[in-house]
Design a binder for this molecule. Structure first.
Ligand SMILES: Cc1ncc(COP(=O)(O)O)c(C=O)c1O
Length: 392
């Protein structure tokens, strides 16, 4: 029976990493990776995480099972950061559970939506490729619309039209901040309008917040999520700590549910527990426990915030330098200065992307997505010059 399974395509980004690793050129540049890099090209463990892990090692006295909800101390400690310190539970309407990374959060959010009767998800394209894979695996239809226009701004007309045409049984997935892959986020005025449109239409929002703090700051990056939640009766929120705590391989995430009636919250979450139990039983503990220890300790919070500020400052420095260059050949780099997070998309043809790789040792995804954290003050001049030569 197993012989009948056809070969699946290799993950394009993993294949790109392999090609980059095998390239002997000393001045090669890797813009394909999905993780933050320092100016020295490293992806270090946060000092705040190291300190929390040390404490965990000294104090953890059992590895006994938790429940499918994971570490509820972690889940609850995160809530004021996501939903605001003033009313993090929205009067008892929000609670959540730990998931294996933000991917587990998205997976559970879509599975819960499906259980509640959703059979189609509206989503701006391009998006993180795993979104579409999760919908396909769960048998939920994707209705795509254009996320951004040629002018490098959000295509609000496309979003308005998609919402206007939505039907009963639809949900809509929106990136909370630092849109992957375009870096093009909704403005505050856009979010205000979106919140009103979603409320008027009765569409179920699924909000994916995977990069809080990497855009403008922890508070600023939560604007859209909070604005939507203040306007609608119910929503699902998928959260990742894998970027803002640098925990990638430790798989730290959560899914939150907001209901209209607090009395229903337990019943809704029990569906999340049942889905988790049948999939991974319970999430891995270590990373979330370390994040919880940070969030419970004022000193460690300060240390973590400083490290997050440094990350953001470095990405902004790279973005400012790119934008300051004006054009690289026919490519206008100015919009990159106003975009957020790790990623941006360059309007390059497949041929140009291949030429950059083969002739100049510059590696990026086939979509033209670049990770700005792959650039340093040492290699950015070469990048702009080579891009200009290829896109002349
Ligand atoms: C938009 C978006 N959502 C969710 C995730 C999942 O993150 P995690 O690595 O925590 O599973 C990612 C990761 O790249 C992402 O870009």
């Amino acid at each position: 029976m197993l012989n009948t399974l056809p070969q699946q395509p290799a993950d394009a980004l993993l294949a790109l990493i392999k090609l980059h690793n095998e390239d002997p050129r000393a001045d090669k540049i890797d813009l394909g990776v999905g993780v933050y890099r320092t100016g020295d090209g490293a992806t270090p463990v946060f000092a705040a995480i190291k300190a929390a892990e040390k404490r965990l090692l000294e104090t953890q006295d059992s590895k006994a099972y938790l429940g499918p909800e994971g570490d509820m101390g972690f889940v609850r400690a995160l809530m004021p950061w996501v939903f605001g310190k003033a009313n993090p539970t929205m009067d008892g309407r929000i609670d959540g559970m730990q998931t294996p990374g933000g991917t587990g959060g998205v997976r559970l959010a879509v599975a819960l939506a499906k259980r509640a009767g959703v059979n189609r998800v509206l989503m701006g394209l391009p998006s993180w490729p795993n979104h579409a894979q999760i919908y396909a695996d769960l048998g939920v239809e994707l209705k795509g619309f254009n996320h951004a226009g040629k002018d490098g701004k959000v295509d609000m007309d496309a979003l308005r039209a998609a919402i206007a045409e939505a039907q009963a049984g639809d949900a809509i997935l929106l990136h909370g901040c630092c849109h992957n892959p375009t870096g093009i986020d909704y403005s505050h005025a856009d979010w205000d309008e979106i919140a009103g449109l979603l409320a008027a239409k009765g569409l179920l929002p699924i909000l994916d917040l995977a990069y809080q703090g990497l855009g403008q700051g922890m508070e600023e990056d939560a604007y859209g999520v909070r604005r939507v939640l203040a306007a609608v009766p119910e929503a699902l929120i998928a959260y990742s700590c894998d970027k803002n705590f640098g925990m990638y391989r430790d798989r730290v995430g959560a899914v939150y549910v907001m209901v209209s009636d607090p009395a229903q919250l337990g019943a809704v979450l029990s569906n999340g527990y049942a889905l988790a139990r049948a999939a991974w039983s319970m999430p891995p503990d270590h990373g979330a426990a370390a994040v919880r220890l940070i969030l419970e300790d004022e000193g460690l919070v300060k240390l973590w915030q400083g490290e997050l500020d440094d990350m953001r400052a470095r990405m902004n420095q790279v973005r400012a330098r790119l934008a300051g260059a004006g054009h690289a050949g026919s490519i206008d780099l100015a919009p990159l200065g106003a975009q957020n997070g790790l990623f941006s998309v360059l309007p390059l043809s497949g041929e140009q992307i291949l030429k950059l790789r083969n002739d100049h040792g510059i590696y990026m995804a086939g979509s033209g997505r670049i990770n700005v954290a792959g650039l340093t003050m040492d290699n950015i001049g070469k990048f702009i010059a080579d891009l200009g030569a290829v896109a002349a």
